[in-house]
Write a protein that binds this ligand. Structure first.
Ligand code: ATP
Length: 387
């Protein structure tokens, strides 16, 4: 096991385009780190540089404290777990796990001890004589991991291992990988474009965009304290709502009303002209389900519900609003960058399951402005991060 340190890593391909641009990330021993971002953000390139499948243009890559820039992949002792697990179909589970040890010319006795130890850890004892084709996806995943742990690899590296599975199996395998990683305590770097995987699997998540690291934080911090518009729009489903906003005299004006804003947020944003407000769907509520005496009526507004989606434990309501062309263009750009098609001039609000707010009807909604973020529309920076 080992730490992985990436220091100012740059990768330029032949045409000079920086696929990875000055990325620095330290992965702690035993940590589960996720690299996430839209297609083309450079996450696979970064992973391939850790493994040694891609040259590093500049910067230092350290594994277990040792600089590995010039080491061949086989000398880095890392284990890459591929999408199809790359198991040998004609070999039994036992022989698949034993494979790297046979290559390394271990004795039969030592191989047997090592394979049985891995098989116990991975609950594969009863499957050792079976062939991969007869195993479930989860069992195959465990065999692939077994082959990695017998080698005492310093770290596991995954490149979108679940992307070609159906949704149900993906959910199961996600849990399986999380459980195994915790049990084995092996440093892991996992590439995905799926923000659900990113949020549920990782100790920390590195969000990338166009080769540049945007934020490196725990899933909770990313969700609650995104540093910029890109991270705010990329993490969360349905995504955060973005709205044009101005802040004057301790109040925020949105397309559908003016509401009080906490003093610390107002102090950071007052008089800065047109801003972009970000507020998550769950920070709205139908006032009719809020207990009497608990409702702050200065933060309510009339809304027309266009479409409603009832999910059993909650419901989403869609509330269109008017916005200037400039704001609409900005929202479109944001949607394009974050691979999201749901950022439009409409609010998506999450209402309590008991709300009777009906489709194509008017209702009164509460907006929790304490949970609102305010972004500089030019730089995308979150002006209220940490507040
Ligand atoms: P995806 O999820 O689509 O695989 P990614 O985030 O993993 O995307 P990379 O595959 O790392 O992105 O690619 C990052 C950038 O580098 C892209 O702009 C891509 O076009 C470019 N790139 C990748 N491989 C090469 C190559 N061999 N030669 C030139 N450019 C490349």
């Amino acid at each position: 096991m080992a730490t992985i340190e990436m220091k100012n890593i740059v990768k330029k391909y032949g045409d000079g385009f920086p696929a990875v641009n000055d990325v620095s990330i330290d992965v702690a021993d035993g940590e589960f780190l996720i690299l996430v971002g839209p297609s083309g953000c450079g996450k696979s390139t970064l992973l391939r540089m850790i493994v040694g499948l891609e040259d590093i243009t500049s910067g230092d890559m350290l594994i277990g404290g040792e600089r590995v820039n010039d080491l061949a992949p086989r000398d880095r002792n890392l284990s890459m777990v591929f999408q199809n697990y790359a198991l040998y179909p004609h070999l039994t589970v036992y022989e698949n796990i034993a494979f790297p040890l046979r290559l390394a010319k271990w004795s039969d006795k030592d191989i047997d001890a090592k394979v049985r130890e891995a098989s116990r850890t991975l609950d594969l004892d009863e499957h050792l004589e079976r062939k991969p084709a007869n195993l479930s996806g989860g069992q195959r995943q465990r065999v692939a991991m077994g082959r990695a742990i017998v080698r005492d690899a310093k770290a596991f590296l995954f490149d979108e291992p679940l992307s070609n599975l159906d949704a149900k199996l993906r959910g199961q395998m996600r849990t399986e990988i999380a459980r195994l990683q915790k049990k084995l305590g092996i440093t892991t770097v996992y590439v995905t474009h799926d923000q659900t995987e990113a949020m549920t699997l990782g100790d920390r998540v590195a969000v990338m965009k166009r080769g540049v690291l945007q934020q490196l934080a725990t899933p909770r911090e990313l969700y609650e304290q995104p540093v910029n518009l890109f991270v705010a729009g990329f993490i969360g489903s349905p995504p955060m709502n973005f709205l044009p906003a101005t802040v004057e005299n301790g109040q925020v004006t949105l397309p559908f009303g003016t509401f009080p804003l906490a003093a610390d947020k107002a102090a950071k944003t007052e008089g800065k002209g047109l801003l972009m407000a970000g507020i998550r769907p769950e920070h709205f509520e139908d006032v009719s389900v809020i207990e009497e005496g608990k409702l702050d009526s200065s933060r309510t507004f009339a809304a027309h519900i266009d479409v409603r989606e009832w999910l059993g434990d909650q419901q989403y309501a869609y509330v269109p609003y008017e916005a200037e062309a400039k704001v609409q263009d900005q929202l479109k750009e944001l949607a394009r960058e974050s691979d999201s098609d749901s950022l439009r001039t409409q609010l998506v609000v999450s209402l309590d399951a008991s709300s009777n707010a009906a489709e194509d009807s008017d209702t009164t909604l509460f907006i929790d402005t304490d949970q609102m973020h305010l972004f500089d529309p030019a730089t995308g920076d979150n002006l209220t991060v940490g507040l």
